[in-house]
Design a protein around this ligand. Structure first.
Ligand code: F6P
Length: 343
């Protein structure tokens, strides 16, 4: 069996470990052969294919990024797009099935290709934000939390030196998992997430209570957070390839508001793509390797339209339809638990 692998959407640490896990498992256990589609779905649509023999994945589990590159291409668009063209390209290259490693957009496209064109696709969940339902954690998230926590630790010492308020912005378009976990780990005095809009008065009350105890306030905010009186998330950078507003910069909106209302000198730090770069953590390497291995087993079992997933400590399978049907949001109980320590 010849299997094509692609990585699509925003990258995150662990993608290469999935590729390695899949190739090794396939070669060792199923006598499979592998190719890679370059630049996500674009490689499928344009037939941009590279061989992926065992030696190509040597030492890959510790390497950040993706050796196959990634893009936010829609496989239903463009000259070679759509199920019929894609099946023709697969046939002419002797490719039997696709392993699609991606987030909600990638997996939704994968499901449509299975449903509308009978394309043989198995999914692997990929989201730095940890926003996909049906998987307890996704690889890359743990690494991002480590990076954000280290940044919070560093910002705290300079905040203390100057008696300033620090606002640290982390990724999290629709969900606040990175903010919640890094904020708890770093002992933030307030954590602001998309699921829980807050008023500027409440935020300033937390900041003042920290200051009144003689401490320098540290606030962690997810990029998708909105103040209670904002209609939508802050965006001033236009739209991405899927027509979604590019986020980033809410910390820079909050800092002057807090400074003006509390009189505490405030600084904003936007961590941005640094959270997605570099080597994966040990946890993410293990999770990604297991998911890659399980994806090949799913192909072997002809589990088209299914996605491999983490349930507790076990790797399981769910339908992509179920996985893309809802977001993995921070539940109110988890937020309330953290909020006991605010202020
Ligand atoms: O969806 C993952 C994510 O990292 C979001 O947190 C962020 O808003 C977005 O991707 C950034 O996308 P890009 O890499 O296209 O700038």
């Amino acid at each position: 069996m010849k299997i094509g692998i692609l990585t699509s959407g925003g990258d995150c640490p662990g993608l290469n470990a999935v590729i390695r896990g899949a190739v090794l498992r396939g070669v060792i256990s199923h006598d499979a052969e592998f190719v890679g589609f370059r630049w996500g779905w674009r490689g499928v649509v344009e037939g941009d294919i590279v061989p992926l023999p065992r030696q190509e994945v040597r030492g890959l589990s510790r390497q950040g990024g993706t050796i196959l590159h990634s893009s936010r291409t829609n496989p239903f668009e463009g000259e070679g797009g759509g199920p019929e063209n894609i099946q023709r390209m697969l046939d002419s290259n002797g490719i039997d099935a696709i392993i699609a490693i991606g987030g909600e957009g990638t997996l939704t496209a994968a499901r449509r290709l299975v449903d509308e064109g009978g394309i043989k696709v198995v999914g692997v969940p990929k989201t730095i934000d940890n926003d996909l339902a049906s998987t307890d954690y996704s690889f890359g998230f743990d690494t991002a939390v480590e990076i954000a926590t280290e940044a919070i630790d560093r910002l705290r010492t300079t905040a203390d030196s100057h008696g300033r308020c620090m606002i640290v912005e982390v990724m999290g378009r629709h969900v606040g998992w990175i903010a919640l976990h890094s904020g708890m780990a770093g002992g933030a005095h307030a954590i602001l997430v998309p699921e829980q809009p807050q008023s500027i008065e409440q935020i300033c009350a937390w900041v003042e209570s920290v200051r009144d105890r003689g401490r320098a306030p540290v606030i962690v905010v997810a990029e998708g957070f909105r103040l209670s009186d904002m209609d939508s998330e802050h965006s001033h950078k236009g739209l991405d390839a899927f027509n979604r507003p590019r986020l980033g910069g809410i910390a820079e909106i909050l800092a002057p508001m807090i400074e003006e209302r509390t009189g505490i000198e405030s600084r904003a730090t936007v961590l941005g793509h640094i959270q997605r770069g570099g080597a994966p953590s040990a946890y993410d390497r293990v999770l990604a390797t297991r998911l890659g291995m399980a994806a090949v087993d799913a192909v072997h079992d002809h589990a088209w339209g299914e996605m491999v997933t983490l349930r507790g400590t076990d790797i399981a399978r769910v339908s992509i339809r179920e996985a893309t049907g809802a977001l993995n949001v921070v539940p109110p109980s988890r937020y309330d638990e953290a909020a006991v320590l605010f202020g």
